[in-house]
Design a protein around this ligand. Structure first.
Ligand code: GA4
Length: 323
């Protein structure tokens, strides 16, 4: 990578604040994974109120995160013709601007992998870095989901974690690169979308990004707030499947990424899904007396097949809601 490359690894500086891409001071619920006493109830509160929280003291060595980030940077710095070998993604592989197959576009390029079955990797060093990182993230996912069960006071502790941790669980991984967006600097377009608003269909997603702002979440009243970046922490999104498993007690969080005029944003996301034949239905342990399921019964395979036919911003659960 040459010094002039827009993708050269960036020093952790104070995030660039642009008029149209500010990192607001909204307080994001923060959970300390090393605190088993107060974290379970704080996780539940955050999932009920926002469907989103920041996770500190997660135990993943920063070297695993920075190695994977450098591997991603190396890949995205390759000549376009080289990257296009894996394009278009179907849905796995390299994608550029097009997201999914239903007309969504964004200011980004990405690599999408299926962790459960063998995806092809652009290089063995990237495969290695990704394996090491995902092994560490799996431990965090297990701990978070078990604390969630503790916080909800349901048993067994692994009631959620066993759904996303078994051998058939459908796990995906995404490396995103949002290049700097020059039109923003020229004031030509005041809000260009890096990745349009959506909820994740899975149970939960674990996001780690470099210190570049742009990530936003929607509050329950529909307003958008910027999430100040923190490359040492992880961010957890509640997905649609967790909304169903809790019969709507937890809500999947709508999120999006706004393009940045100056800095490259690099993010890595682990998506924990169920095994294809797993039934998606509220956990009986969570149903209060007389409470009825808000959803028709369906499997993860059915939901995912449907999700991939939708547009990013669609409400994917509405088809499955009982009127
Ligand atoms: C959103 C969450 C994950 O990034 C993803 C995305 C997938 C894709 O990029 O191919 C989808 C999107 C995501 C939901 C609706 C469909 C499918 C793009 C799209 C328009 C990998 C996933 O599982 O669902």
């Amino acid at each position: 990578i040459t010094q002039s490359s827009p993708l050269k690894p960036q020093k952790p500086t104070t995030p660039t604040v642009l008029a149209y891409s500010t990192c607001s001071s909204f307080i994001i619920p923060t959970i300390d994974l090393s605190d088993p006493i107060s974290s379970p109830s704080s996780i539940v509160k955050a999932c009920e109120n926002l469907g989103f929280f920041k996770l500190t003291n997660h135990g993943i060595p920063s070297s695993l995160m920075s190695t994977l980030e450098s591997e991603a940077v190396n890949f995205f710095s390759l000549p376009q013709s080289h990257k296009d070998i894996n394009c278009p993604p179907s849905p796995f592989g390299y994608g550029n601007k097009k997201i999914g197959s239903n007309g969504d576009v964004g200011w980004l390029e990405y690599l999408l992998f299926n962790i459960s079955s063998s995806s092809s990797f652009p290089s063995s060093s990237l495969r290695y870095a990704l394996n090491e990182y995902t092994k560490a993230v799996r431990k965090v996912v297990k701990e978070v989901l078990e604390m969630m069960a503790d916080g909800l006071r349901i048993k067994p502790r692994d009631v959620f974690s066993k759904l996303v941790m078994n051998e058939e669980s459908d796990t995906m991984f995404r490396l995103n690169h949002y290049p700097p967006c020059p039109p923003l600097l020229q004031g030509l377009n005041s809000s260009l979308t890096g990745f349009g608003e959506h909820t994740d269909p899975q149970v939960l997603s674990v996001l780690r990004s470099n210190n570049t702002c742009g990530f936003q979440i929607a509050l329950r009243d529909g307003s958008w707030v910027s999430v100040p970046p923190d490359q040492d922490s992880l961010f957890i999104n509640v997905g649609d499947s967790l909304q169903v498993l809790t019969n709507g007690r937890f809500k999947s969080v709508k999120h999006r990424v706004m393009a940045n005029g100056l800095r490259s944003r690099v993010s890595m996301i682990y998506f924990g899904g169920l095994s294809p034949r797993e039934r998606l239905a509220p956990l009986p342990q969570l149903m209060r007396e007389g409470e009825e399921s808000l959803y028709k019964e369906f499997t993860w395979f059915e939901f995912k097949t449907f999700a991939y036919k939708t547009r990013l911003a669609d409400n994917r659960l509405s088809l499955f809601e009982i009127e």
